[in-house]
Design a protein around this ligand. Structure first.
Ligand SMILES: NC(=O)c1ccc[n+]([C@@H]2O[C@H](COP(=O)([O-])OP(=O)(O)OC[C@H]3O[C@@H](n4cnc5c(N)ncnc54)[C@H](O)[C@@H]3O)[C@@H](O)[C@H]2O)c1
Ligand SMILES: *[C@@H]1O[C@H](CO)[C@@H](O)[C@H](O)[C@H]1NC(C)=O
Ligand SMILES: *[C@@H]1O[C@H](CO)[C@@H](O)[C@H](O)[C@H]1NC(C)=O
Ligand SMILES: *[C@@H]1O[C@H](CO)[C@@H](O)[C@H](O)[C@H]1NC(C)=O
Length: 266
């Protein structure tokens, strides 16, 4: 039987935005760590057949694709249904789909934030408790460094990411853990060379401000995100936040009362 302590081997994993650049680095790593099944849910079909064949070369697990717009609840639910019908098992859910376009900010909130809530709850309450084949399930949210330190040039994007991080913090509490046995991990990539960083001129972003604030930032290879996922899955405690900004490290949020203690009262 798969247990999260013994690693990732044998797990069944569902990823939204599954054909995206970062997701594919997750998928390769998961396959080479011996997962049993992988379900990629994405609104685009792109070259899903080739991608699946390529991924299946990285391990023995089965990979399937389900066309899914996460903004349509029935389609989102269908992705979970297809996963459990195929494998009768689901251990890890990765919320990863997102868009970046400050000019389409209502859609961005819907995709990056509202759908994140819907999918986290579906995974936590409905699917993982029933279908996990392990001591505990895991939900991973692909957030962004901008949830910790906002990108001022992408204020609304950053705010959606902060919202998802807030959700991660709220749901990873002992009470829900006892009820659902689900561990939450948040991954915060820094700037990563993917399609998300292309066509920046038509996304309602102030490019002068973007250049100014990102001038010194490294732009990493997406493969680092796959490394970060594995590190977090192996070492991450429930509620932990993992930054992947060329370097991979855990982001520790100070305890509220400790901060209060060390600050002189006015
Ligand atoms: N690229 C970066 O610099 C960066 C940095 C930090 C965090 N991130 C986050 O990483 C995640 C993946 O982004 P990426 O860089 O791989 O971008 P990407 O554009 O390559 O991947 C995003 C995927 O999500 C899919 N998607 C978008 N809307 C969808 C919807 N409504 N339903 C289903 N699928 C949908 C797209 O089709 C695409 O395949 C996102 O959450 C992004 O916010 C990216
Ligand atoms: C929201 O969309 C932006 C643009 O794609 C993306 O960079 C960001 O990571 C997304 N936010 C979340 C919470 O997924
Ligand atoms: C996550 O769940 C564990 C139970 O293993 C609990 O002790 C811990 O406090 C939770 N994490 C957070 C950040 O609340
Ligand atoms: C961003 O949204 C605007 C307004 O809807 C649109 O004109 C533009 O093409 C979009 N940019 C990208 C890269 O999708």
């Amino acid at each position: 039987m798969y247990t999260s302590n013994s690693g990732i081997a044998g797990a069944v994993v569902l990823i939204t935005g599954g054909l995206g650049a970062i997701s594919l680095t997750y998928a390769k790593q998961l396959m080479s760590h011996g997962i049993k099944g992988l379900v990629l849910a994405d609104k685009n079909i792109k070259n899903s057949k080739n991608i699946i064949m390529e991924l299946e070369n990285h391990g023995t697990g089965d990979v399937i694709f389900v066309r899914t717009d996460i903004n349509i609840k029935d389609q989102l639910e269908n992705a979970f249904e297809v996963a459990v019908k195929k494998f009768n098992q689901l251990d890890i859910f990765i919320n990863n789909a997102a868009i970046l376009n400050e000019s389409q900010w209502i859609k961005m909130i819907q995709t990056n934030f509202t759908a994140a809530i819907t999918s986290n709850y579906l995974a936590l309450k409905k699917y993982l408790p029933k279908y996990r084949n392990s001591e505990e399930a895991t939900i991973i949210n692909t957030v962004c460094i901008s949830s910790l330190i906002p990108f001022k040039s992408c204020a609304i994007y950053s705010t959606t990411k902060s919202g998802v991080l807030g959700l991660h913090k709220a749901l990873s509490n002992p009470y829900w853990y006892k009820l659902y046995r689900c561990r939450f991990l948040a991954l915060c990539p820094g700037l990563t060379q993917t399609p998300m960083l292309q066509q920046m001129g038509s996304k309602g972003i102030d490019l002068d401000l973007f250049d100014e604030e990102c001038y010194d930032y490294p732009i990493q290879d997406p493969e680092r995100c796959g490394d970060c996922l594995i590190e977090a899955l192996k070492k991450g405690k429930n509620g932990s936040i993992w930054v992947c900004d060329d370097k991979i490290y855990e982001w520790i949020i100070p305890d509220r009362f400790e901060v209060g203690k060390s600050t002189k009262a006015k």
